[in-house]
Write a protein that binds this ligand. Structure first.
Ligand code: AMP
Length: 464
């Protein structure tokens, strides 16, 4: 997953983008980058591995001058975690510098890349997003917009894009609308962001969320609606609401906080825990869900686990070993509210079971008499090919075990998963969602073999 932010007509566009990315840090922590254009069309860029605040020093930011910018914060779903894959990528193009920031995942990138490499294209990264740049450059159309349209017709999957060509900023969402994007007003200029929390941090006012297939062009203080991409059945990603987005954001027209509370209430209805002394969340993504569970059930809400906020999201750090160690670094139980009690622990989702198993062990060591585990989403049985970093099926605990086996694996007294209908019902409001990772109902053809994308990269250069 990634976070993207763009600005046009904003006096210190890099500073605004930096703040925007700072607010979107939860969407990716591996690398980040900003590309900025000044009034003469000169392009400046800085990218680095790590957190936004570490990548951009005040000195670097002061050198990124201009009033048009796009930025990106990444964790890898396709392509490895290396600087070459950090975005935005910027290339010299006949119509001016072209920079691209992509949130989502292209499902046919491996095939397109293979074809392009055979025809002589030279790739600089192993990320799926680079194929778009090549397709734009190879289009026979004359106008840049037609070239972009040609490229988009070739790709499948999820793409929410911010693209600058010269000083013109384009914002595009694939026709299914997997990933969110919101337009805001900042002074005389405009900003775009994955989530509204990034508008808040820069003091922008929300204009509107972009709809699936929408394409905005922002140039000289004017926003133009370009013809939409050919329509496809809409599939907003439900996991944005369940886990990914910040609760203070509005995503797909809905308050993430309110949706999560509703999920928690439904969970309490479907899987009550009579006689439990308290309920608490696995912080922070499940906080609102535990609140909803408590409201509905009348079980007292407590803070049973404290999260160290200086540690990243466990999943975002690739590699199983560091993930296990991170759990202990990241959470600590509050003994006084656990010792001798029967507790309900609410989490948003269960993926591998690694974090949760370690957490349950901690709770037992802290004296929990009974642990009732409640999940505010259904079992995750399939990978996501649209930009969420869900592992392959063999790593997904629910793809390989029954619910009772999962209960035994976690070492809990009871377990309850929210049903698919209740999840969709809680998130509803007339939107059609992609819930393929829960239901297996994939809205696109699946990638042939995504690992090929890495393997076919000729002579990878390792930067040390
Ligand atoms: P585990 O017990 O190892 O399956 O981890 C479950 C935790 O991972 C839950 O607390 C979720 O909030 C979190 N989680 C779920 N999906 C993701 C994801 N795609 N990326 C990062 N964390 C996730």
């Amino acid at each position: 997953m990634c976070g993207i932010f763009g600005a046009s007509g904003v006096s210190d566009a890099a500073q605004a983008t930096y703040l925007g990315l700072y607010a979107l840090q939860h969407r990716g922590q591996e690398s980040s980058g900003i590309v900025v254009l000044d009034r003469d069309g000169a392009v400046r860029t800085h990218r680095g591995m790590g957190l936004v605040q570490d990548v951009f020093s005040p000195d670097v930011l002061s050198r990124l001058q201009g009033d048009v910018a796009i930025g990106h914060t990444r964790y890898s779903t396709t392509g490895s975690s290396v600087l070459a894959n950090a975005q935005p990528g910027v290339v010299s193009y006949h119509a001016g510098p072209l920079a691209l920031a992509h949130n989502g995942n292209l499902t046919n990138a491996a095939e397109i890349r293979e074809d392009l490499v055979r025809r002589g294209s030279i790739f600089q990264s192993s990320s799926d997003s680079e194929v778009l740049v090549h397709l734009i450059a190879r289009s026979d159309a004359r106008a840049i917009e037609d070239q972009i349209r040609d490229a988009l017709e070739r790709v499948e999957g999820a793409y929410t894009l911010l693209l600058t060509v010269g000083r013109t900023l384009h914002a595009i969402i694939d026709a299914r609308g997997f990933r969110p994007l919101v337009l805001g007003r900042l002074g005389d200029g405009y900003v775009l962001a994955s989530e509204t929390c990034a508008l808040d941090i820069v003091g922008a006012t929300k204009e509107r969320e972009l709809e699936p297939g929408e394409w905005l062009k922002i140039e000289n203080g004017t926003v133009t609606d370009l013809p939409r991409l050919p329509p496809k059945p809409i599939r907003r990603c439900i996991f944005e609401l369940v886990y990914f987005s910040r609760p203070d954001s509005t995503v797909f027209g809905q308050s993430v906080d309110q949706v999560r509370r509703a999920l928690g209430r439904q969970l309490a209805i479907e899987h009550p825990a009579p006689g439990a002394d308290s309920v608490f969340s696995v912080p922070d993504s499940a906080n609102a869900m535990a609140l909803g569970y408590s409201e509905q059930s009348g079980i007292k809400l407590e803070h049973g686990l404290i999260r160290n906020h200086y540690v990243g999201r466990t999943f975002i750090d690739p590699g199983q070993a560091s993930r296990v160690a991170n759990v202990r670094i990241k959470f600590n139980p509050v003994r006084d509210v656990i010792d001798g009690r029967s507790v309900v622990v609410v989490d948003d989702s269960l993926v591998r079971g690694t974090t949760s198993r370690a957490l349950v062990r901690m709770l037992r060591q802290a004296g929990a008499r009974e642990v009732h585990f409640r999940l505010a989403s259904p079992p995750i049985t399939g990978s996501c090919y649209y930009g969420i970093d869900t592992p392959t099926r063999d790593e997904l605990i629910a793809a390989n075990s029954t619910v009772d086996e999962i209960r035994a694996h976690l070492g809990v007294d009871s377990i309850g998963y929210l049903s698919l209908d209740a999840m969709v019902g809680s998130a509803a409001s007339g939107i059609t969602y992609c819930h393929a990772c829960f239901s297996g109902d994939y809205p696109t053809r699946l990638p042939v073999d995504s690992s090929r994308l890495e393997k076919r990269t000729p002579s990878r250069v390792i930067t040390v």
